[in-house]
Design a protein around this ligand. Structure first.
Ligand code: NAD
Length: 372
């Protein structure tokens, strides 16, 4: 099936360090192949970010890269960092010095982390085989710019009795909760229509507000969706007990940080997990500006060896098509092609479990061969 409009997709490509450029090259091949099938053209340029940008421009996020992102409708990001830059001061570390300013510049307030485990790879999960026999398919929507990580005051002081006292402040406003709830609603409508909002409303004021605003927003805008609420401690347990009771998990910044990593680990391989961070501004397609990136890092142990699993980067590109360009059919086509390739035995070393494995480029070819 083809999408209704002929589109030109203008996005900035930031491959970064380590395996970033290798897996980005595959994602671009897959996007071009999908473009031929779904009538979209690609207008992109590639820019340094992270360690390579420190080497070439003296900054992890040079102005030229930031300008290119500002002129684009989305960012397809690889990953940054590696042993070469490990001894830099924390503020200059590639990850912190590149990703945090990008999140700030584009007001990326909603982080989507799909937790997908295909049934063929269920042995990779640390959960019991019977729990994951049918795989895992859960989406975590995390608020990214509010809560205790950013709330003021934030300080460490020395008290009169000589002790030190540290303060963090958890703050949420109605508007912050509403906009991330909208993202969860959009996502749930594209999935099975179920949202579980996770909070700690038995203890935290911010959670009481969170729960009320989420409930009001759903009642007003999407009463057809099934909404439930769960305390975060219970959600952490339920995720390992029976992950597939969830479809879309909607939660605040710190709870989402923890739960999305829990979700990643129960899905078995970092090489398979994509993520999307959506911004407050609409792009020229009337869709959210977004940054799309694999959940894993630069994998220095296998970089440059044609061994990396490109699926996370390819699936991040599919999320970009879905959320920043509204190309649902093309996104589904890519996701199904990745699933089919895995089902038919195309496995990179990280997921092959000691069996025969394919290279990064062979995996890319296997995905492209299975596009409809
Ligand atoms: P990592 O995710 O790079 O690697 C952890 C393990 O997972 C390694 O064994 C690696 O080989 C494997 N792995 C990860 N992605 C894979 C893929 N696509 N295919 C096959 N195997 C894969 O985490 P790390 O080793 O803790 O960090 C390495 C570097 O990456 C560090 O400099 C870290 O700061 C950086 N990092 C960057 C990001 C980012 O750019 N968003 C995220 C995490 C880590």
């Amino acid at each position: 099936m083809s999408d209704p409009h002929n589109k030109e997709l203008n996005f900035a490509t930031l491959p970064g360090d380590g395996i970033g450029p290798e897996v980005m090259a595959i994602a671009m091949d897959v996007l071009r192949a999908a473009g031929e099938r779904h009538q979209f053209a690609i207008n992109t340029s590639s820019h340094d970010v992270g360690g390579i940008a420190i080497d070439n421009h003296g900054s992890a996020l040079p102005d030229s890269t930031l300008d290119a992102c500002s002129n684009a409708d989305a960012i397809l990001f690889g990953s940054v960092g590696g042993p070469k830059w490990e001894n830099l001061p924390p503020k200059e570390q590639p990850e912190r010095a590149a990703l945090l300013p990008l999140r700030k510049a584009f007001r990326l307030y909603a982080n989507l982390r799909p937790g997908n485990l295909y049934p063929e790879l269920s042995d990779l999960s640390p959960l019991r085989p019977q729990t994951v026999a049918n795989g895992i398919d859960v989406l975590c929507v995390r608020e990214l710019t509010g809560g205790v990580y950013f709330g003021q005051p934030k300080s460490t002081t020395t008290l009169e009795d000589g002790q030190e006292e540290a303060i963090d402040t958890m703050v949420y406003r109605t508007s912050e909760i509403e906009r991330v709830t909208e993202v969860a609603i959009t996502a749930a409508k594209l999935r099975s229509g179920k949202i579980c909002s996770v909070d700690k409303a038995n203890v935290l004021e911010t959670s009481v507000l969170w729960r009320r605003v989420v409930a009001e927003k759903l009642a007003a805008e999407a009463p057809e969706l099934e909404l439930s609420h769960m305390y975060v401690d219970n959600a952490a347990m339920q995720l390992v007990r029976d992950p597939n009771q969830f479809d879309v998990i909607l939660t605040e910044n710190m709870f989402g940080d923890i739960l999305s990593d829990e979700l990643a680990v129960i899905c078995g391989s970092l090489g398979m997990l994509a993520s999307a961070s959506l911004g407050a501004d609409q792009n020229s397609h009337g869709q959210p500006f977004g940054l799309y990136e694999p959940a894993g890092g630069t994998a220095p142990d296998i970089a440059g060896k044609n061994l990396a699993n490109p699926c996370a980067q390819v699936l991040s590109a599919a999320l970009m098509l879905r959320y920043s360009f509204g190309l649902e059919d093309a996104a589904n086509n890519i996701e199904n092609a990745v699933k089919a390739a895995i089902r038919e035995g195309a496995l990179t070393g990280d997921v092959a479990q000691g069996g025969p494995s394919v290279s990064t480029t062979e995996m890319g070819a296997a995905i492209i061969a299975r596009l409809n």
